[in-house]
Design a protein around this ligand. Sequence first.
Ligand SMILES: [Zn+2]
Length: 380
Amino acid sequence: MSEIILPGFVDIHDHFREPSSKNLSETYANATRMMLASGYAVATDMPNTPGRETWYPERLEEKHSISQRKAWIAVGQHVGSQPESNNISYLAKLSRTALGLKFYFGHTTGVDHDYSVDEFRDAAQEWHRVAPNKPILAHAVGGELVKEVIGLVAQDLKHPLHICHTHHPDEVRAVDEAKQRGLETTIGVTFHHLFMTSYETKTKGWFAEMMPALSAQQHAEELSRMLVDGAIDMIETDYAPHAKEAKWKAESENPQRIDDPKAHTTCFGVGGIEHAVPMMLRQAKLGNISYERLTDVMSTAPAKLLGIEIGESTRFRWNTKDYRIETEDDMISGAKWSPYLGSLASGRIIDATIGGRTVIADGKPIKQHHEPLTQRGVTI
Ligand SMILES: [Zn+2]
């Protein structure tokens, strides 16, 4: 049987849904077990947990504590600051154990309007003062908005900036232009923006509604090329599970998929990571992306953004056997559904170690204790 050994993957973008009283589709224990079983050694939780946003030190401590007790891999935290969060005076304290600061320019935190970039200037300046090495991550959709964010963060403040989950080549070009000017800016793409297209909303309805929206086929193909060529720096999962019931609720109450959370039921986001990773490994097996480039975009580059290293003793041994994704029944993800049924994949994990300790044996994840990731400079 053919095998390949890969370093543990690093994800800079997860929504683990805990603590929450609103979205109960996932838990830390389950989500991190799923990530481990998908080849990840490190994950990073985003701050917009519904109703319990990571805007204040108590919330950050609460998440570190949950991760300390329950996580199956090392988990870091990004904190957030929004015009409505009123937390600039807390950023110094938050920056001690957070890995990055996230800005949402669109209405993803329950606010019903988009913000202007300038409304984030004070928060960006304060973060730069207290955490000059820790990146600002931006949920910025559209080439023009990306340029504005680059202007504020990477150009004016000379602060490291990451543009999350690109869905359009214009956003990548804006980042590329900033890189040419010597500005410290990176950009990531999700599996679903590589493997799915906007036409799927026709047949899958809310089950294909993501934030940002899926791309037209020509753009999805271009994003794939940009990932291979190096213009896109990394893959981030944006793991955002919703129960089937929540997707169905949006589908039955808002079949026209009107994006207006105040007046219409909406439900954005997707899981399926445990299928997407072996689908990407199939792309490598087919030669559409080299294993070296795959290691860059799934391990080296995201680790560099977080300021950590994946050591020699964090290795996953995969077989490279082909198969068709036939069922959702064996999924670990709390959402228990996948947009990738019927797709071809190559590879399952045989065994794995993180920091020399066995974390997967005979294909089965093993619970080990993992300290929360609270600092740069750490080797996992
Ligand atoms: Zn996200």
